[in-house]
Design a protein. Structure first.
Length: 405
């Protein structure tokens, strides 16, 4: 085994407070409802240990909305966000075991969904290879879920995957990188006559380039095998983004395409791409109209064409404006009320101020201008005011930091 560099024991914390105003968040505002307002928070304390051939990490959290528990009642509220150990071997290999966040590339397939106060974690094994000289990283991971310790069978009743297996390989160059991901995702069958676990297989490459004033991203992914409904799956996702920037300004344009069913999709087949365990909040508009695929598009896929402009002229301050126009990948002519492709335009304004490494303040305001097609997809009123606003305050102190000699 190899000794780890910079051996240390550290205790850190995070407190995150976020008031939100919702008047059409995730779905169009109905004609007979009132706006929603609440204050949510996340509090974490983390213990990070590194010494010789061992790493260990524990993150304990409390997630709540203010007032969601009655006073003077003993209601357990703490949970484990992460709890893992990692053994460091020779020849650049290591083995990570336990509850952990799986975050890869831009998080389009595997991410921790950090916008949610309770982020996504996995109980998994992860074999890692890291060659710093050749700038190569290779991971192989897997998980097998069970809700208890049964005496017979391995039936699983929770709304998680039954098993997950993946591999990820990345090679870095001077100004670019290429990575490839392959994921086998086993889900409980929802077909009564076929109770066996159904597995899909997703794979594809991602290319990133960045120099002094330009960056670009191009990703392509294909999905095949079976859905939990025992449908034969053949689907794909494309994403591309280019950006120009200098010291004070940046601007970019992107296009995402997620395939979906069409009027001609044969019975027993599915062309719906699933983003699996992604962080979709950062991609398809901050109002989260499209985070659960394929349900949020009624199995018709999605096209997201967007523009982004930003300002970083003021020290420690950044402001960005994203404009998304959403389309269905395929229109629906077989329903009574035919659904055309154009869904609407979303404007997302986000500001961020970070006066120190301890404090981060964000504020955002979003508007959705929906078409009648969005109403047919999501419900609510397309002519109503559909807006959303939030303020998020985050403090991340280090309580203790000891370096071993």
């Amino acid at each position: 085994m190899n000794a780890s560099a910079q051996d240390a024991f550290k205790i850190t914390a995070q407190y995150r407070l976020r008031p939100e105003f919702r008047h059409g968040y995730k779905t169009l505002y109905p004609d007979t409802s009132g706006a929603a307002f609440f204050i949510a928070q996340r509090a974490r304390i983390a213990f990070d240990y590194k010494k010789e051939n061992l790493k260990a990490y524990i993150s304990i959290q409390d997630v709540r909305t203010w007032g969601d528990e009655e006073q003077l009642k003993d209601i357990p509220g703490l949970s484990i966000n992460e709890l893992w150990i990692e053994l460091l071997f020779k020849n650049n290999f290591s083995l990570k075991m336990g509850r952990q966040e799986l975050v890869y590339d831009d998080q389009r397939l595997l991410g921790n969904a950090d916008w949610n106060n309770a982020t996504r974690s996995h109980d998994a094994l992860l074999l890692k290879y890291a060659n710093k000289e050749k700038k190569i990283n290779w991971h192989i991971g897997g998980a097998f879920n069970q809700n208890g310790e049964p005496l017979f069978e391995t039936n699983y009743t929770l709304n998680n995957y039954k098993f997950l297996a993946f591999t990820w390989l990345k090679k870095e160059f001077a100004k670019s990188s290429v990575s490839a991901t392959a994921i086998a995702n086993g889900l409980n069958s929802v077909v009564p006559v076929s109770k066996k676990v159904k597995a899909s297989f997703t794979f594809g490459p991602l290319y990133n380039y960045q120099d002094k004033n330009f960056k670009a991203t191009l990703g392509t992914y294909y999905q095949t095998d079976k859905t939990e409904n025992n449908l034969q799956l053949s689907a794909y996702m494309l994403n591309s983004y280019i950006e120009l920037y200098n010291k004070n300004l940046f601007g970019g344009a992107g296009l995402d395409y997620l395939s979906g069913n069409s009027d001609k999709t044969p019975a027993g087949y599915s062309q719906n791409f699933s983003t699996l365990y992604a962080t979709n909040h950062k991609f398809y508009g901050y109002m989260d109209y499209f985070v659960n695929f394929p349900d949020d598009t009624k199995q018709r896929g999605l096209i997201d064409a967007y523009l982004r402009i930003g300002v970083t002229a003021v020290k420690n301050f950044k402001a960005t404006l994203d404009v998304h126009h959403f389309y269905l990948a395929n229109k629906n002519n077989i329903v009574v009320n035919k659904i055309q492709k154009s869904l609407g335009t979303e404007f997302d304004l986000l500001t961020e101020y970070q006066p120190s490494s301890l404090i981060n303040l964000q504020a955002g305001y979003s508007l959705m201008f929906a078409t009648k097609n969005m109403k047919l997809i999501k419900g609510g009123g397309s002519n109503n005011y559909n807006g959303w606003a939030f303020i998020m305050f985050k403090v991340s102190p280090t309580f203790f930091n000891y370096e071993f000699k």
